[in-house]
Design a protein around this ligand. Structure first.
Ligand code: WTA
Length: 650
């Protein structure tokens, strides 16, 4: 394999896959969606909002864009998000339908029906109220992928409070910074989660975070017992099971205005400080439900859906919690990794629950390719009928493998482009409509208008590359950055006036299909996770032995990109240094400061960084070195010989 990680023009006239007649016959989404959306975009979204959700107070206004780019959708309507995800399915007679097939990493299982999940969320909502959580209060969730995490999110939503889920792999310091920025009143965590046969503790990171500055807004820490590991206890801590047992079982859900904040989710940007992306209720839930239903062709009465994302990411919010539950679908929730205790665990899960629709990331597909096709081939996988991809460009080779080996050469694959900021899928094939092109995200969904533009903001011609922008507001768009409205405008709207600029480059092919090429800013994409070069650099220079650091994302066969760090040590630290020991220490240091996902693949100790005469670091050259390419033009460097030295050190 020649490892083109990026979608690549050589594939423009490669094979395409039209939907089969059988798929089309039973497909949820047809061509009519495009027709309706094109005829009247706002009316189209209003129809979606009315048909997919239950409104306690129907809205009369669809979109208010007068304060652009801060949108208001359906804003005189009222609804309760949790009721839409739970109670209404029970009322419709589907209480016995399984909502969640939970499988823990060690193999423990729980089967939770919509009636049971509803009852659990009622109690949890009362528990939160008993703990003093009120409408608008922020609750930070730092948990393993267990049902209580979903229950917590829905219970918070139910009482009109705001959740902020922090991925369990983030460090105490990252957690602290998010708790502080959000001004959280409550933290919900677990003693620990299971990972590869051992308990990975979570509560100690919360304890450590709460000893840090800016966290005294936190009144309680609610702890789910999951790992059974020993943990320290303070009088601020409460056991989930104790508090839940005290709470009343019935909960009357109140309706909230559509623009009530639902959650804050922190994501990496081009600066060192993560941004708290804010999403609200009615518009977000509309688009989460709409995309989940149409892109994944959901037939709630028969499908078993599985999205492998963690709830710590936007994919987990929209396609584990809100989309599937709003649509009343049965889904799998799995705590562990793809290959524990042995390779093929994921495929065993597909077989044991009869998963019909699987949504995962290219990095997982590439890891499975590497492990070998004999592993999935030893399983049935006959239940699968549709596959999805998200998080980074899927290279055509991985797409083909995914279809042939996992999809037995018959399942459509939807490559879905979107972001934390967009809230829900924006560009994707519709499985019963679109002729699929391996490696391309293809077409904006009905209701979405996206364009690729050049430096000046003019639309590019077919065959050309440029910047991916969205030109019209959409229901699930971010409503801002928590506590920093100016930064929202600067980050996304200033580059091309009147357009949302996502930070991705893309190419328009001869047939008008969009090929997303990846970030054009200082954001890296490692295993589908967004990381900021600035954030990792600032962690590195926070180490006393580091004088300067430059970080790049280098192409990596499995993870898409990998973090490669170049550091200059201080004179004291450099003395008699053991390079390998320093590299290991700095990798661990980054892991401790940000989280294990941010650990550099490689730390290279260098005598100097490639800088222009004005002192700007030329990361492009470092990327050449990290990817083992011939180094580009070095003539503008203050020291043109430095790149040769660095290349030697790789
Ligand atoms: C990248 C994840 C190509 C992109 C949902 C975007 C993709 C960033 C795709 C957002 C895709 C996501 N093809 N690139 N199908 N999906 N990306 O906020 O660079 O974690 O800007 O949201 O992931 O990452 P985020």
């Amino acid at each position: 394999m020649s490892t083109p990680i990026r979608a690549d023009e050589r594939h423009d006239d490669g094979p395409t896959f039209a939907p089969t007649a059988a798929f089309v016959a039973d497909a949820v989404a047809g061509e009519d969606l495009h027709t309706a959306a094109t005829a009247d975009r706002e009316a189209f979204w209003a129809d979606q909002a009315r048909s997919l959700l239950d409104w306690r107070t129907p809205f009369t206004r669809t979109l208010d864009w007068s304060d652009a780019p801060f949108a208001r959708w359906f804003d005189d309507g009222e609804l309760n998000v949790a009721e839409n995800c739970l109670d209404r399915h029970v009322r419709a007679g589907n209480g016995d339908r399984v909502a969640i097939h939970f499988e823990g990493a060690p193999g423990d299982t729980r089967r939770i029906t919509y009636a049971e999940l509803t009852a659990e969320v009622h109690r949890a909502a009362n528990m939160l109220t008993d703990l003093g959580v009120e409408q608008g209060d922020r609750v930070v969730v730092y948990m393993p992928l267990v049902p209580e995490a979903v229950v917590t999110m829905l219970a918070v939503a139910r009482i009109g409070a705001v959740h902020s889920v922090v991925f369990g792999g983030f460090s105490a310091e990252s957690l602290r910074a998010r708790i502080e920025d959000a001004g959280a009143k409550l933290v919900v965590t677990a003693d620990g989660g299971w990972r590869r046969g051992a308990v990975s503790p979570l509560k100690p990171a919360v304890d450590e975070a709460l000893t840090g500055a800016g966290t005294d807004t936190v009144e309680h820490v609610l702890v789910v017992k999951r790992g059974g590991n020993d943990i320290a206890w303070t009088d601020r801590d409460l056991w989930w099971h104790d508090e839940l047992a005290k709470a009343a079982p019935e909960h009357e859900a109140q309706a909230f205005p559509a623009e009530t904040p639902l959650f804050i989710l922190y994501t990496s940007g081009t600066t060192g400080k993560p941004k708290g992306i804010v999403h609200t209720s009615g518009g977000y839930l509309t688009q989460a439900a709409y995309t989940h239903r149409n892109v994944f062709d959901m037939h709630p009465e028969k499908d078993v859906y599985w999205c492998t994302a963690d709830i710590g990411w936007i994919t987990g919010h929209s396609y584990v919690v809100y989309g599937p539950l709003a649509n009343g679908v049965t889904q799998v929730l799995y705590e562990g990794t793809p290959d524990e205790p042995q390779p093929g665990r994921w495929w065993d899960i597909v077989d044991s629950y009869g998963v019909t629709v699987l949504y995962t990331a290219p990095t997982a597909v590439r890891a499975a390719m590497k492990a070998g096709r004999q592993i999935p081939e030893a399983r049935s996988l006959e239940s699968l009928r549709l596959l999805g991809s998200v998080g980074e460009p899927i290279n055509p080779e991985a797409w083909q493998w995914y279809r042939q080996v996992i999809g037995h050469d018959r399942t459509p694959i939807v490559d879905t482009w979107w972001q934390t900021e967009t809230g829900a899928i924006m560009i994707s094939a519709l499985p019963g409509v679109t002729k699929l092109k391996p490696g391309a995200a293809q077409t904006p969904l009905p209701g979405i208008v996206a364009e690729i533009v050049d430096e000046e903001g003019h639309r590019v011609d077919p065959g050309e590359s440029g910047y991916l922008t969205v030109t019209e507001p959409w229901p699930s768009m971010a409503r801002g950055i928590w506590g920093d409205p100016d930064r929202f405008v600067e980050t996304y709207w200033d580059r091309f006036p009147g357009r949302y600029f996502a930070g991705d480059g893309a190419r328009l092919d001869g047939q008008g299909d969009i090929w997303v090429q990846g970030r054009v800013d200082d954001v890296m994409n490692v295993s589908g996770h967004r990381l900021s070069t600035a954030e990792i650099e600032s962690a590195l220079v926070g180490h006393e032995g580091v004088a300067e650091a430059a970080v790049v994302g280098a192409a990596d066969e499995t993870t898409g990109q990998a973090v490669v760090a170049f550091v200059i040590l201080t004179a004291e630290a450099a003395e008699g240094v053991d390079r390998d020991a320093v590299a290991k220490e700095l990798r661990d240091w980054v892991g401790k400061r940000i989280g294990a996902i941010a650990k550099p693949r490689q730390v290279v100790v260098v005598p100097e960084l490639p800088k222009t005469r004005s002192g700007k670091i030329m990361r492009r050259l470092l990327r050449d070195a990290a990817e083992g390419r011939r180094i580009g033009d070095t003539t503008t460097l203050a020291d043109p010989t430095i790149m040769a030295t660095i290349a030697e050190l790789m």
